[in-house]
Design a protein around this ligand. Structure first.
Ligand code: ATP
Length: 264
């Protein structure tokens, strides 16, 4: 479904601030594959998904999604078939609009313009049904503004918006990092349920190694813009958090165990 072939991305080329963020990286994902991405600070995780989403133009390499070469496709076009949820709960929703208006915008994605007018009864019934799956009581609050929601409720809504029209690819950039542990767990479980139910090809960045191992069908570890470890689901079953940290330290040094968030 996703083929990232030998991509490179260097920031501030030719200046003293030159930084190679992605170094000849390749990544192939099958349909329904759910990859969790871990790595130290500055490993290139966010740059990778920003390159896939079209936020950054790559210097070289190719990106294919569902057989289409999207290497030069602008971000706004890719957003028609790539769903994203960011770390900041304020980013994914229109703050001053109601829950149903937000869902209607997401639901209109990719539909012809003449089908976008107004929210129908059927739309509203669908929104209620989808919101009920979140078990947060949002199905009874369709007319409330998103600004009234908590961070966790907003992330759950953003997740729903990113997936209400099935995306070819779902990109999650530490989407639970700003939430308290209990809410983060709830949003992670929701993510897992939606990804499995819809068989979504998904890339999820997390600093939480435990979550990285617990969720998804595959885990990759990045360092200095490269993939330095790639674990499939069988490997993931055998591997422990401690083993993974030890491997990381052995490969790169002691960066990982200094990071308090990793075991969070
Ligand atoms: N827009 C940018 N301009 C210049 N340098 C950048 C930019 N974005 C990222 N970088 C640099 O590229 C490298 C990779 O950054 P990136 O944000 O992808 O890492 P990360 O693995 O997501 O890190 P973290 O876990 O800390 O968020 C870092 O050295 C970072 O400073």
């Amino acid at each position: 479904m996703l083929r990232v072939e030998n991509i490179c991305k260097t920031f501030n080329k030719g200046s003293i601030n030159e930084k190679v963020a992605i170094d000849n990286l390749s990544l192939f994902l099958d349909e329904g594959e759910f990859v969790t991405v871990i790595g130290g600070n500055g490993a290139g995780k966010s740059t990778l998904i920003n390159c896939i989403a079209g936020v950054y133009e790559i210097d070289s390499g190719r990106i294919f999604l569902d057989g289409m070469d999207i290497t030069y496709t602008p971000e706004y076009k890719r957003s028609q078939y790539i769903g994203r949820v960011f770390q900041d709960p304020l980013l994914g929703t229109a703050f001053d609009m109601t829950i149903e208006e937000n869902l209607a915008i997401a639901y209109a994605k990719g539909k012809p313009k003449n089908l976008k007018a107004g929210i129908t009864k059927a739309d509203r019934a669908l929104f209620r049904e989808k919101l009920a799956l979140l078990e947060l009581g949002l199905e009874d609050r369709l007319k409330e503004k998103v600004s009234c929601l908590s961070g966790g409720q907003r992330q759950a809504l953003t997740l729903l918006m990113a997936t209400i029209v099935k995306p070819k690819l779902l990109l999650l950039d530490e989407h639970t990092a700003a939430l308290d542990p209990a809410t983060a767990k709830k949003v992670l479980q929701l993510t897992d349920e939606i990804v499995k139910k819809e068989k979504l090809c998904t890339i999820m960045i997390t600093h939480n190694i435990k979550a990285a191992l617990e969720y998804g069908t595959r885990t990759i570890m990045m360092h200095e813009g490269r993939i330095i470890m790639d674990l499939n689901s069988k490997d993931k079953e055998k591997v422990t958090v401690e083993w993974l940290i030890e491997q990381f330290n052995r490969k790169i040094g002691t960066e990982f165990d200094n990071d308090r968030m990793l075991l969070g």
